[in-house]
Design a protein around this ligand. Structure first.
Ligand code: PGA
Length: 255
């Protein structure tokens, strides 16, 4: 982290876990544990949990995010949710292009870009996910791929909108596997993302960009990962479902 230049943000990504009642209970448990955070604290929750999450988090320092957003404003898109619907529901952040959506739901670099533009246009902060598979890493494509995914996601994003962009570097092989990237690998991957933003928007913009690491970050390894210059926070899956674990990561980012 380098808090002199950019915000540290710890965001939970609950994925398809927790009913609305369970969401409220978990947030109640988290509130006192993270109330003195020295970083931004976000929980990205399933659509149906948003109302309960926003209500429970009210008056606290926890901000609520969604896990996806459609890129059209409205229309015949059965099952989809627009950016404006999220904003009106009290949502401030949205995860875009998570590798699970890329793998299981046909997400492409182009749709990631469209969702990012729609989210930013509506005033949401976009947490855009990029990351290489193990095969791509072993073939030596990590830098090329991360830069490509980053630039594709940000196509037509205006320089002044970048303040509402967070990029999460999540190596696909580290997500939900218990295999964490080493701190050096995380720093390097995040550095490639920052370099891509520097190429597209200049050094100052790149320096100000929050780049998270995600992939089996937990209470035990967070401090080491967050100690790296380019690791400005985390996108936390499994460990965000347990209040003490999530709070420990927030503590590590508050130093
Ligand atoms: P994990 O998930 O922390 O469970 O590996 C991270 C993510 O998918 O964002």
């Amino acid at each position: 982290m380098n808090k002199a230049y950019r915000k540290a943000v710890i965001a939970g990504n609950w994925k398809m876990n927790k009913t609305p009642r369970e969401a409220a209970a978990l947030i109640e448990e988290m509130k006192p544990l993270v109330c003195n955070a020295g970083c931004d604290v976000v929980l990205c929750v399933p659509y149906v949990d948003i109302a309960a999450a926003v209500e429970t988090a009210k008056g606290s320092n926890i901000k609520i995010g969604a896990e996806n957003v459609h890129f059209k404003a409205s229309g015949a898109y059965t099952g989809e949710v627009s950016a404006q619907m999220l904003v009106e529901s009290g949502v401030e952040y949205v995860v875009i292009g998570h590798s699970e959506r890329r793998t299981y739901f046909g997400e492409t670099d182009q749709t990631v870009n469209l969702r990012t533009l729609a989210a930013l246009e509506a005033g949401l902060t976009a947490i855009v996910c990029v990351g290489e598979t193990l095969e791509q890493r072993e073939l030596g494509y990590t830098e090329t791929l991360l830069k490509y995914q980053t630039k594709m996601a940000l196509t037509n994003v205006k320089p002044e909108q970048l303040k509402n962009v967070i990029i999460a570097y999540e190596p696909v092989w580290a997500i939900g596997t218990g295999v964490t990237a080493t701190a050096d690998q995380a720093d390097e991957g995040n550095g490639y993302v920052r370099a891509a933003v520097a190429e597209a928007y200049g050094e100052a913009a790149a320096k100000a960009l929050t780049v998270q690491y995600g992939g089996s970050m937990n209470a035990g390894n967070a401090a080491e990962l967050l100690a790296k210059e380019n690791v400005d926070g985390g996108l936390i899956g499994g460990a965000s479902l347990k209040a003490p674990d999530f709070a420990a990561i927030v503590d590590a980012a508050s130093k």
